[in-house]
Structure formats: C-alpha cells, structure tokens
Design a protein around this ligand. Structure first.
Ligand SMILES: NC(=O)c1ccc[n+]([C@@H]2O[C@H](COP(=O)([O-])OP(=O)(O)OC[C@H]3O[C@@H](n4cnc5c(N)ncnc54)[C@H](O)[C@@H]3O)[C@@H](O)[C@H]2O)c1
Length: 259
C-alpha cells in the first residue's frame, strides 16, 4: 500500500512534544515532509534529528504561534526548504490548571487565546494562500472534549477550545470551493509527558491516573498514537468528503451522562 501522505508537505505546530510529536513522526513515516514548529528548540531539534536519522524528511523551525511574524518566518522556511504546505496541523496549545473565572488573571486569559486561538488564525492566514496556489489542502485543528463541555476550574481553556470549533466550521464553508478541507480533532485525556508529570506531582500518582482513566468508558486514557492516527485520517484522502466536522476521540467520555 502506498504511503498515505506521499509527496505532502505538512506543518505540525507544537510538535516538539506530546500529541504533536506523535503526529509529526507518523506523518513522516507516511511519506510527508514535515516542519516541526515549536517554541521548545532543544526538544524540537531532537525530534527532527531522530526523524532524519531514520532517512525521513523533517525540519525544525523555532516558532511561537502567538506571534504572526514568527509564524510567517516558519511558513517561509517551510516553503523554501520543503515546498508549499498542503497539510496544516494546528496543535500547539496551553492549559492553566485550577482556575475559576474570577481568579483568572487577565494575562492568562490573553495568553490562552494568543496561543490556542490566535495561533491557529496566524498559521491559517499564512498557509492557506499556498494551499490555494497548489489547488488543495487539509487543515486539522486540535480541539478537545473541552470544545463541547465545561470541566470546572479550567477557565478559560474551554472557551478557547469552543472557539476553535467555530473557526473550523467557518473556514470549511469558505474554503470548500478551493478544495481545502478543515476539520477539528477533539481528544479526551491523553497521556503525554506533561500528563505523567502532573500525575507524579499528586499525592498518589497511581490513583490520580486511575481517577481520570475511569471517566472514560474504556477505563483508560489515550496514548499520543491514538490521536495521531485519527489526525492522519483527517489529513489524508481517506477523509476526502469530510469538512467542517469535529472528530471526537475520547474513549467514549463525552457520551456519559453524569448523575
Ligand atoms: N493531553 C491531553 O490530554 C489533551 C486532550 C485534549 C486536547 N489536547 C490538546 O492537544 C494539543 C497538544 O497538547 P499536548 O497535551 O500534546 O501538549 P504538550 O504540552 O505535551 O505539548 C505541547 C507542545 O506545544 C508547544 N507550544 C506551547 N506553546 C507554544 C507556542 N506558543 N508556539 C509553538 N509551540 C508551543 C510546547 O512547547 C509543546 O512542545 C493542545 O492543543 C491541547 O490543548 C490535549
């Protein structure tokens, strides 16, 4: 079977770690040339070193998605070194723990929107003109179960993640005639290095991990690969008649009605 992203040029933001890293690695294995765009230079360079040592094609560009000039530089470098982007995975995101509305400092509101939402706006703004030139493209915006429901004490994460669904639908409607598809991918709890650090900091790490796992009908949290494969589906021709949608990959968490 031929590789599913053969000859594609993909940008994956926040790809130095976690879900983004798994997506970048899988996309390379599936034939894409990948730009790893992240603020974490040391981790990002190590991801790219690992990929290029396997003979795969990847570059790292130090990128702060909340800064339009930084994003423009990243897209310019991608075009110069790899080619015009045909796949964009808007994955970079941040979350502040244990915040209620009135306790949230304005800086955290601003930073949450700057990274989680403006970051997508900046990347789309820079990448879409190239997709129009090429004649096709796929964009995957990483939302969350927080895109549809409110988990108390995580303000304003869910507000930013709800907004991503609106951005996804609006872009899909506008860009359909250009053969550019835009979908959201919405994970439940995913066991990244950051998640394990968070478990480790609790009084009982095993219990902390199990408590969250038990929210999901599958009684476990996702691995990063379990999000990377649905991202591959959305980015490839396998989802060719799908646009403006939200694919929820949450081990059944969102269908449980809690009494
Ligand atoms: N882990 C989960 O349980 C989970 C669940 C649902 C949705 N998500 C979403 O998935 C995405 C990835 O989350 P993760 O858990 O893999 O996170 P992570 O913290 O493991 O990795 C995030 C990456 O984004 C980078 N990043 C942060 N700010 C950036 C910026 N301004 N510009 C560029 N890169 C930046 C970080 O350096 C890091 O490499 C996020 O959008 C997150 O909201 C995560």
């Amino acid at each position: 079977m031929s590789k599913r992203l053969k000859d594609q040029i993909a940008i994956v933001t926040g790809a130095a770690d976690g879900i983004g890293r798994s997506i970048a690695e899988l996309f390379c294995q599936e034939g894409a040339s990948v730009c790893v765009a992240d603020v974490n230079e040391a981790l990002g360079e190590s991801v790219v070193k690992n990929l290029t040592e396997q003979g795969l094609k990847a570059i790292f560009v130090n990128t702060d998605v909340s800064n339009i000039d930084s994003v423009k530089n990243m897209v310019d470098q991608t075009v110069n070194l790899l080619g015009k982007p045909t796949v964009l995975i808007n994955n970079a995101g941040i979350i502040y723990e244990n915040k209620k509305f009135l306790e949230t400092p304005t800086e955290q509101w601003d930073k949450s929107f700057a990274v989680n939402l403006d970051g997508m706006w900046h990347c789309c703004k820079q990448v879409i003109p190239y997709m129009k030139e090429v004649g096709f493209g796929t964009i995957v915006n990483i939302g969350s179960v927080h895109s549809f429901k409110i988990v108390p004490n995580h303000f304003p994460y869910a507000v930013t993640k709800h907004a991503i669904i609106g951005l996804t639908k609006n872009l899909a409607v506008e860009l359909g005639e250009d053969n550019i598809r835009v979908n959201a991918l919405c994970p439940g709890m995913v066991e990244t290095a950051a998640a394990f650090k968070w478990f480790a900091e609790s009084e009982d790490p095993v219990a902390a991990r199990k408590k969250i796992a038990d929210i999901h009908p599958l009684r476990r949290n996702a691995s990063c690969d379990e999000i990377a494969y649905p991202a591959l589906f959305l980015a490839s021709k396998e989802s060719s008649f799908m646009t403006g949608q939200s694919l929820i990959v949450d081990g059944g968490r969102s269908v449980v009605y809690h009494l």
